[in-house]
Design a protein around this ligand. Sequence first.
Ligand code: MSP
Length: 519
Amino acid sequence: MTAARRFYVTTPIYYVNDKPHIGHAYTTLACDVLARFKRLDGFDVKFLTGTDEHGQKVEKSADAAGVAPQALADANSANFRDLAAALGCSNDDFIRTTEPRHVAACQDLWRVLVEKGEISLGAYEGWYSVRDEAFYGEDELTVGPDGAKRAPTGAPVEWVKEPSYFFHLSRWQDRLLAWYEANPDCIAPTSRRNEVMSFVKGGLQDLSVSRTSFSWGIPVPGDSAHVMYVWLDALTNYITAAGYPDTQGGAFTRWWPADLHMVGKDIVRFHAVYWPAFLMAAGLEPPKRVFAHGWWTNEGQKISKSLGNVIDPLMLIEKYGLDQVRYFLLREVPFGNDGDFSHRAMVNRMNGELANDYGNLAQRVLSMIGKNCAAQVPQPGALADDDRALLDAAYGLLPALRDALDRQMFHEGLEALWVVVRAANAYVDRQAPWALKKTDPARMATVLWVLAETIRALALLTQAFMPTASARLLDQLAVPEVRRGFDSFGAGHALAAGTPLPPPAGIFPRFVEVEQGAN
Ligand code: MSP
């Protein structure tokens, strides 16, 4: 397998101090769509997700709950694993930072950084936010309404003074800038790239990478009074899962550098500044790309535990269906921007684009074939211009989708698909196959074949977004499992006339609100 035909994609690993919410579901789903799409496109894929289990935040949450940090981590890590399953995620690995493989990887990376003179002992004195697990400079802070200093994220900060090892981040400013310049696609979207570059141009301070005031972390090799800074520990997960520290091993050479780290906009600095610096300092390659997506609000309001408006993804799936939720989250918002969740918007998209546009197209075409073509793929005659135009548009979708998804522009990809869905519906209306039934049955067969073949193309391409509904559609077109990869896309693999078809059944029900008070 050449490097070009493999794809290693990662989600951030989630803190175990909390229950999963829509933000976690969003990142994981986006990665799942990419992983599925690339597999269908013949790539060897590694899709990694997992949980971030160390650090002061988790230790404090465990204390507050009166349980040991490991017990809290065990319980909440299981919630994230269950969420991935409930989202239909096809992750190949689930890493936990308390696993021995990860502890070994972190300690090895530490030793390498020390050997190379990139880490040395000092003392930290400055601001720290436990909620963000981040150090802040005085000039970054603001004063909240209560008079207390706050991080740029709004999180409280505390003054920390303790012995600490430092990573000499300040030495990496020029090499980071050179890396950004040489790799225009390594941080996306552009607004985030600009933000990161101006942060780095503003000068970098050495980074405190160990703590002594608590113990829930990976011990620093040779100095067990210190535990590693949780972000150094957490970021390392991406190489642990690729087989580090065995850098000569087949796994590492096959998977590293990762093709894509998908993250939220709040953690881009860790991934696009600290992480490439750690890697380059250790003599390893930086990741190929970091994409930072936006944040969801709920019915116009910032999502927060204190407001009590956290959206539970399991509730959404139960109410609307998994494929519908997957579609909505990736269609509603241009990926990279912030977006607002509302039940109204969810129902509009489900009913308009899924039930009416896509579902209806499939339903009416398949039931006409069932009734009028002896439940077999119809026999097409010579194709007219109108037929060719629709098929060409459908066959043109694969390169369009590849391009959109290589840029993580999910909404663009879905928009392109729906242009063809709508064109197919307009073609049905224009060609009126129900009228041709009496006047020209041979032409009716051609029209229905063109439509069935268009639906085959659409269903192949919606698989990564809506795996269950797409599989049901492909079942109804009698497309065998082995013909569902993108090597079976296009005219060369078109539906064969005479293939028996199973009875059609609706794929996307209309959503009818039954509860009182929901909008
Ligand atoms: N543990 C770190 C990541 C370490 S990766 C080496 C962490 N965990 S987290 O659980 O707090 O957040 C995980 C992701 O959820 C982040 O990418 C964050 O941006 C995302 N989201 C949290 N709230 C969100 C929304 N309201 N909307 C969209 N994504 C959000 O950070």
